[in-house]
Design a protein around this ligand. Structure first.
Ligand SMILES: [Zn+2]
Length: 316
């Protein structure tokens, strides 16, 4: 589901699965769309999107959550100007000491939060008519708090009603496996879960374990400086027959409202100009590279309910 409506998974083409246009760190208390001028953000970001379009990218997954600068109208204009498929999201980001959670996230039940997110899927986001293409949540990198468990539970309920995939800002293995446990208890299979920022976990055996369960391993901080480290992580999964569970991206962009010209805007090119040539040198076949960049994202972001077979689904 793109900001311009549904496309078939086969039409997604080469996809960058975790990127940003604008991120505003002011906090849920103070954020408003008045803090940025859409025309200026477009002017600043358009050359970077045209660059990746030229490099072969067809789908751009924008991971900025609500209360951190999610702006579906902005994304739709960028999609219209570049002919890139762009996805936006529903869900709440609890990492960073809950600074980006609205007040109601502290008081409402998981069911009430899920109802809000399901409403965005059914009716569109804030009267824009634009629907989310996935669920984005965020949890802290240590053992899950009750509040973060609630966000995961709400994401699981939303998945079961909508078939939207859950991308969770996570980092280390402990909260990743705790989330997979919650999903299991809700009847949601690991195939519905993207372990975002999995590169932060340095014990690579956990990547293998989560991928074997069926989860997506998102190695999403690529830059010109860390290609060797990424090749090592990719190779580790590949050696274990798990190339089909890897997702790659840069987590780049980041127009910052309040900074001159949006501050330092990072480009999205390392995957094309640095990583792919190295993978070719490492004897990755064209089929394997297509799997990493085209077929894995298409499977990961396909709208489909993934139920785990061994558990009864319980709605409140
Ligand atoms: Zn990100």
């Amino acid at each position: 589901m793109t900001v311009n409506g549904p496309v078939s998974a086969g039409e997604m083409g080469l996809s960058l699965i975790h990127e940003h246009i604008l991120v505003d760190f002011i906090g849920a208390d103070s954020i408003t769309e008045k803090r940025w001028d859409k025309a200026r953000v477009i002017q600043r970001s358009l050359p970077f999107l045209r660059q990746v379009r030229h490099l072969g990218c067809r789908t751009f997954v924008e991971c900025t959550p609500a209360f951190l600068g999610r702006d579906p109208i902005l994304l739709k204009s960028l999609s219209d100007s570049t002919q890139l498929h762009i996805l936006t999201n529903t869900g709440y980001y609890g990492a960073a000491d809950n600074k980006y959670l609205p007040k109601h996230a502290f008081t409402e039940t998981a069911g009430q939060l899920a109802a809000r997110w399901i409403q965005e899927w059914e009716a569109g986001i804030n009267n824009t008519g634009i629907k989310p293409g996935f669920i984005k949540i965020g949890v802290a990198g240590d053992s899950l708090s009750g509040l973060h468990r609630k966000l995961v539970t709400a994401a699981a309920e939303t998945h079961l009603s909508t078939g939207l995939t859950i991308a969770s800002h996570t980092g280390p293995a402990l909260p990743a496996f705790q989330q997979l446990d919650i999903l299991k208890s809700m009847g949601v299979a690991p195939e519905a879960f993207i372990w975002v920022h999995a590169q932060e976990e340095k014990d690579l055996s956990f990547h293998v374990r989560a991928a074997r369960m069926g989860a997506w391993i998102s190695l999403d901080g690529l830059s010109g400086d860390n290609i060797d480290e990424y090749v090592k992580m990719i190779d580790n999964l590949r050696k274990n027959g798990l190339t089909g569970k890897i997702l790659l991206s840069h987590d780049a962009g980041w127009y910052h409202p309040g900074e001159a010209n949006g501050g330092d805007f990072r480009d999205y090119s390392a995957l094309f100009t640095n990583l792919v040539p190295v993978l070719k040198n490492e004897n990755f076949s064209a089929e394997e590279i297509n799997q990493l960049l085209i077929s894995n994202p298409a499977k990961a972001f396909k709208i489909e309910v993934h139920r785990s077979s061994d558990r009864i689904v319980h709605f409140r």
